[in-house]
Design a protein around this ligand. Structure first.
Ligand code: PMP
Length: 359
């Protein structure tokens, strides 16, 4: 028998209204709702990983500083290992930034519509979330950024580029301008950075409180491993290390990330193939009665023109195709987001969508 509702301890009052993360994990044939890579890592990765895993000393705690992994990530980006902070998915990276720089009495700014977890993570860390609007084309509006940061003095400002769920990207010059305006830490979430031709990585240095977050969940076909990292100023990384739980990155994950980085060439080929497939998907969508936005990520945001988004989402689900329903999110009336999958998955999606949109 469970404890009656009135006898249960109350959660923190500032969390009482939080809803948690909503992305249904439904059993369907075609899953294009969470922006994962459509194919597993190369078979040689699995073999190399198995060999390395057999050498783990399971009775010992892992290397707390994740030294070898950070060295490998640093080498991949041409930075110093002291500029790298790794955690269990980029969500935990973002959480650690909020724990260190947000919290009670502080604010985090974001520009909506954007990745819902930015607000959620900041709020759970006790940070007040302030929301600015994006421009009509869903990119950042610097005048609005200025208004929000002058009014609220945020300790953390989130910029997602390419932005989830819109796919829109910002120029490094725009991000540099945000960093000039914002008083606190600027977090540039580049979970989809490899699919774009621009990055804010060039802006990272000890002279600017700006970090760029990346993940192994998308390009590296390793969503199951839960591994992400940021590149930032050495002094900021040192603060994050004081906040994060000791031994938070298990030994298997540290090895998995390090081994994955040996397959950079294969991953680049996959990214190129996905970008080409995105072009094909965008072309095919262009022939259907939908509005769509230019995407620099591995997904495309679109709005059915003469059918409610929710109804189209359900129609696709009835045909065993799952996409993300953004139709009730502020600023995204009627919109759906589809992940770029394999050619076969995308064809199945396009066929189902064509059928659903039939007059
Ligand atoms: N940032 C953005 C913009 C995302 O879309 C996601 C995944 N949905 C994440 C961060 C988190 O990725 P992970 O925790 O898997 O690294």
């Amino acid at each position: 028998m469970s404890l009656p509702l009135r006898a249960r301890p109350a959660v923190r009052p500032d969390l009482a209204l939080l809803e948690g993360y909503h992305s249904p994990q439904v059993d369907v044939a075609i899953r294009l709702n969470t922006n994962e890579a459509p194919v597993p890592p190369p078979p040689a990765f699995a073999d190399a990983l198995a060999a390395e895993l057999s050498r783990i000393q399971w009775h010992r705690y892992p290397d707390r500083a994740a030294t070898a992994l950070r060295e490998a990530v640093a080498a991949a980006h041409g930075v110093e290992p002291e500029q790298v902070f790794a955690a269990n998915g980029s969500n935990e990276v973002l959480q650690t930034v909020c724990l260190a720089y947000g919290g009670h009495g502080r604010k985090a700014a974001l520009f909506s519509p954007t990745y819902l977890m930015h607000g959620q993570i900041a709020a759970v860390a006790g940070t007040e979330v302030v929301v600015g609007a994006r421009a009509a084309d869903l990119t950042l509006d610097l005048a609005e950024v200025e208004r929000v940061v002058v009014e609220h003095d945020p300790a953390v400002t989130f910029v997602c580029s390419p932005n989830n769920p819109t796919g829109t990207i910002e120029d490094p010059a725009t991000i540099a301008a945000v960093a000039d305006l914002a008083p606190g830490v600027v977090v540039v979430d580049e979970a989809y950075g490899q699919f774009a031709d621009r990055s804010a990585l060039e802006l990272v240095g000890d002279d600017r409180p700006l970090v760029v977050t990346r993940t192994f969940s998308k390009t590296w076909s390793m969503a199951a491993a839960r591994l992400g990292y940021l590149i930032g100023p050495t002094w900021l990384v040192a603060e994050l290390e004081k906040v994060v739980l000791p031994y938070h990155l298990d030994a298997a994950k540290q090895v998995a990330g390090r081994v994955a980085l040996r397959f950079g060439a294969e991953m680049e080929e996959r990214v190129a193939a996905l970008v080409a497939e995105r072009r094909r998907l965008v072309d095919r969508l262009g022939a259907l009665p939908v509005q769509q936005w230019r995407s620099d990520a591995n997904f495309v945001l679109f709005r059915p023109l003469d059918r409610p988004g929710r109804q189209v989402w359900q129609g696709l689900l009835d045909r065993s195709v799952l996409v993300r329903d953004c139709s009730s999110w502020p600023g995204l009336d009627g919109c759906l987001r589809v992940t770029v999958g394999t050619v076969a998955e995308d064809d199945a999606f396009l066929d189902a969508l064509t059928e659903v949109l039939q007059p």
